[in-house]
Ligand binder design. Structure first.
Ligand code: SF4
Ligand code: SF4
Length: 82
């Protein structure tokens, strides 16, 4: 069992990534690092469509991120383990 982020619900606020004790949450690959200057990092990420992902090999299944997400975008992944 592990946790996963629903990209359709995630608004890239970064709250989960900042709170994860295992540093298991990061922006998904493919986000351009050449984002233009904006008023806040969040605006850049939203403009670019950047989404966060949980690295299952690092996740300790503590559940902290689930409680923190304002969008209820994080849930247990009941699918088969990889
Ligand atoms: S806390 Fe929720 S909305 Fe914010 S980046 Fe994490 S998954 Fe996305
Ligand atoms: S369940 Fe815990 S260890 Fe896993 S991604 Fe969420 S905060 Fe990090």
């Amino acid at each position: 069992m592990s946790y996963k982020i629903d990209p359709n619900k995630c608004v890239s606020c970064g709250a989960c990534a900042g709170a994860c004790p295992m540093a298991a949450i990061a922006l998904a690959a493919g986000l351009s690092p050449e984002a233009p200057v904006a008023r806040s990092l969040g605006e850049v990420l939203l403009a670019k469509g950047g989404k966060y992902e949980i690295k299952k090999d690092l996740c300790a299944n503590c559940g902290m991120c689930v409680a923190l997400c304002p969008m209820a975008a994080i849930a247990k992944d009941e699918k088969k383990e990889q």
